[in-house]
Design a protein. Structure first.
Length: 337
């Protein structure tokens, strides 16, 4: 078993830095595209065998040091029956977005472990096949709520922020409902066999410091406390993590995944050494020629050399049109350090 990733999460790694990549099982891979050509995205998420097969692709073909479950952060809204589908070129669409406080009150109370049992099935299929750790994940409540309100991706989350400002009470009610379901969801993943979890707050960068503390950090903390008894390491990621890292550190996650706006070496000086750091290569570097990819990667590795709590990753997810051979080159460079 390759346990470099788990050792780094415990800040106990004395070997090379482990590498895995956000969105590592995705459209940049020809093997993924071949499967996707035959199946709608949500069918792949819902089918445990397909989800397991896709999860394995970057482990088999790239040699990454951890697998992350193939799924989507919006499976909880789907379980809340607001409707979910994906349009190519647009992304996720919520069919019945929330518009009033009454809509929040009318949300059902699903048994998440029953509604999302296909996720647990995929995990159980994966564990015997893997020789690297398996990461489970979920969306953070603020980001999940924003999709349920906006109805789709939004650059400024204008409708969400207006609701948050005009009616913070009902907004908190929604965040708390999502948080409780998320705790159940992560517990299910852990019981099925994931060895670490990552929580994604993809849209936290639209928040001010005060708003982040009230509407994001509060619920990160609630979730961490909710799964604490499971003794599984938790990584926190948000866009804007370079700005909010000190707040994230207050709630003592196992690791903070840092965006590419931060100097990781400077971040290490201000984040307690018992919290691992993950990141933070700009994904756009992977469009560059090999020499630049190598130079940027080596510089990051050199700066974090000897750091027992460091995990190499990107500052955000892989983009669909990044050349596959460049991703392979990146993994090879890190593994050969």
């Amino acid at each position: 078993m390759n346990d470099l990733f788990l050792k780094a999460l415990r800040c106990e790694n004395r070997s090379r830095a482990p590498i895995w990549l956000m969105r590592q099982a995705g459209r940049y891979m020809p093997q993924y595209r071949a499967i996707r050509a035959k199946h709608p995205f949500l069918d792949m998420v819902h089918d445990p065998e397909l989800a397991a097969e896709v999860t394995m692709l970057p482990v088999k073909h790239l040699g990454v040091d951890a697998a992350i479950l193939f799924s989507d952060i919006l499976v909880i809204p789907e379980a809340l029956r607001v409707g979910l589908h994906f349009d190519d070129g647009i992304g996720p669409i919520i069919d019945r977005p929330l518009q009033t406080a009454a809509d929040i009150d009318a949300l059902p109370k699903p048994d998440i472990k029953e509604a999302l049992q296909y996720v647990a099935q995929a995990i159980r299929l994966l564990r015997p096949q893997l020789k690297v750790p398996l990461i489970g994940f979920c969306g953070a409540p603020f980001t999940v709520a924003s999709y349920m309100i906006e109805g789709k991706s939004s650059k400024d989350l204008r409708t969400t922020k207006q609701w948050m400002m005009k009616d913070p009470k009902s907004f908190h009610t929604l965040l708390e409902k999502i948080s409780r379901l998320t705790i159940d969801y992560l517990e299910m993943q852990i019981e099925a066999g994931v060895q670490a979890v990552q929580i994604f707050d993809s849209w936290a960068n639209v928040l001010s410091h005060g708003q982040f503390r009230e509407f994001s950090l509060t619920y990160f903390k609630m979730i961490l406390e909710g799964i604490k008894s499971k003794n599984v390491p938790a990584i926190l990621f948000c866009r804007g993590s370079s700005v909010f890292a000190s707040q994230l550190a207050e709630i003592q996650p196992s690791a903070i995944s840092v965006d590419w706006n931060a100097d990781l070496m400077q971040m290490r000086k201000v984040i307690p050494r018992n919290i691992a750091l993950q990141g933070n290569l700009d994904p756009d570097v992977l469009y560059a020629p090999y020499d630049l990819i190598k130079r940027e990667t080596k510089a990051l590795l050199k700066g974090m050399k000897g750091e027992p709590g460091y995990i190499f990753n990107l500052g955000h997810g892989l983009l669909p049109d990044i050349p596959y051979e460049n991703v392979q080159a990146l993994v090879d460079i890190v593994r050969q350090q």
